[in-house]
Design a binder for this molecule. Sequence first.
Ligand SMILES: Cc1ncc(COP(=O)(O)O)c(C=O)c1O
Length: 349
Amino acid sequence: MKSDIQRFFRKSLLEISPYKSAREEYIDEGRDMILLDANESPFSSTTNRYPDPMQSDLKEEIASWKNVESDQLYLSNGSDEFISQIILSCCEPGRDHIITLPPTFGMYKVSARIHGVEVKEVPLNQDFQLNTSAILESADEKSKIIFIPTPNNPTANSFEYIAIKKIIEEFPGLVVVDEAYIEFTDKESLIKLLSKYSNLIICQTFSKAQGMAGIRLGMAFAQAELINYINRIKAPYNLNSLTIDAAFKRLREQDQIRKNVNYLIRERKRIVKLLNEISFIKKIYPSDANFVLVVVDNSDLRYKQLLDLNIVVRNASKNLACENTLRISIGLVKENNALITALHKMDKQ
Ligand SMILES: Cc1ncc(COP(=O)(O)O)c(C=O)c1O
């Protein structure tokens, strides 16, 4: 009989026998072996061997950090890779679709399109909150995944817990709650709901609060059976040794990371106050993230003026309901001060 979790995945995926390296057959035995199985270079360095395909040691550490079991964790080359992987795993091109909630993170749509999968969009409401009834009404048996980034990018707000929970309970497919910015909010992670819901996946990343966008490391948490299916189509060595080593090191630097996060939250509060003094900034949306979304009089003009003053922000105006907006990341005190000085200068022009 089909398990409850199996039904989320493409039938053809269930028929694949995953690629296995010879090393995976004895990796647990812990013996000292002569490795002549993978056509690697025998000349020893930090990177002459392929990395552990299942990243077992790193998963153990991350799992105890996040209070889950290590088989409830999938590590990817950034969350971007996971987004692609889960669409590929679950959506039959030309038949199934994903649901996104614009204004939202752009990669969900790009990834779906790359895989030939249709995107149904259900806009957020005027307060940039989830339109729960519209979402559930638009869903059917071909709605394989809904992506809910909270705090949301580009709007910076978190979604209401009750609304997310209702969607998890009633949506027919998988619910991917993307918590890329979770460290910057006082809202709790939904990881605590994992054992209760077999259709829930939580994504987090080393790219934001962890300060490691350059190593490309994403984490997806779900029930073990679901993770097991995704592992079936994982590229054998999707995380490289340098990434794995850097992540281990970062896990031991969490005191500093907490300080950095608090710094950015303090700076966010300070900058919001100062942005209020700029006359061409018409609105500042509340932020639970390490960036703020502001409405200006003319986003193309202001974006260009900032570029001329050597400051790059994101012109977010192409997003639905985001006309004349700029998305501004919170930087170091010095960088934020330079931004405020530039905005005052533009204000006087
Ligand atoms: C909501 C959201 N999810 C995921 C990502 C990408 O994460 P990663 O760098 O791990 O691929 C971003 C990046 O901006 C994001 O805003």
